[in-house]
Design a protein around this ligand. Structure first.
Ligand code: CDP
Length: 227
């Protein structure tokens, strides 16, 4: 059935390296939607606490500490996305491997998850939103108009991640990336609050053997068929 309404939300969830961010950015450009990268907020919060406290990851009075933090995200027309923390552009810094290593310490925390969820909802005032993450279709927008679960094998996801780092001029050890992905999958799937899981009402896409363009076309087709 075609639903003709103004507000339309696409929720894209899936594990690390499944291609969510690049896919969502391209779909958003082609369809004129606003893309929101929820992982970047968890990354920015991790960056903030690590910058402030170093390796001492104590997170006492989290809400008080987050009151001093202002996070913004700018999605540009060419598909670039900028994340600002207290007006500082942290887009590059949050992609460092050390952030991914520590992130679950913060993304497992219920107070932080509640803070991010309300921020994401506040940012979603536009009519057409594409948001990616781990709990978008389950917690942030359980009534999203279209839910997609993007998946790929651990090998394919490792390969993509290594390539991504190479494009940033960084040489990384493939085995350590693979182990990090496996560890993050485990943390993401088993956390008490907002775990990564495939909901019954989401469209499952295993992208292991799909080209980037195939995935884009498939999602655009899904949007067009029920928008
Ligand atoms: O790009 P990548 O797949 O590495 O992950 P990301 O989207 O940047 O998210 C980084 C981490 O943030 C994930 O491994 C999750 O632990 C956490 N995250 C989350 O808990 N909930 C979300 N909605 C998005 C990210």
């Amino acid at each position: 059935m075609k639903v003709n309404k103004n507000k339309y939300i696409v929720a894209v969830d899936g594990p690390a390296g499944s291609g969510k961010s690049s896919v969502c950015r391209r779909v958003a450009i082609e369809m004129g939607a606003k893309y929101i990268d929820s992982g970047a907020i968890y990354r920015a919060i991790t960056w903030y606490f690590m910058d402030k406290h170093g390796d001492d990851l104590l997170t006492e009075n989290i809400i008080d500490q987050l009151n001093n933090v202002n996070i913004e995200q700018i999605f540009e027309k060419n598909g670039d996305i900028k994340t600002l923390l207290n007006n500082k552009d942290v887009s590059k810094a949050i992609r460092e491997e050390k952030i991914a290593e520590k992130i679950s310490f913060f993304s497992d925390n219920m107070e932080i998850r509640d803070y991010v969820t309300s921020l994401l909802r506040k940012w979603s005032k536009e009519n057409f939103i594409i948001m990616d993450g781990r709990d978008i279709g389950t917690v942030v927008f359980p009534n999203a108009d279209l839910k997609v679960y993007l998946d790929a094998s651990v090998d394919v996801r490792t390969e993509r991640r290594v390539k991504e780092y190479a494009e940033l001029g960084k040489k990384v050890d493939e085995n350590s990336i693979r182990n990090q992905i496996i560890k993050r999958d485990f943390n993401d799937e088993n956390r008490e609050f907002g775990p990564l899981k495939k909901s019954n009402d989401s469209v499952y896409l295993d992208t292991s053997n799909m080209s980037f363009n195939d995935v884009i076309e498939k999602i655009i087709e899904l949007i067009k068929s029920n928008k």
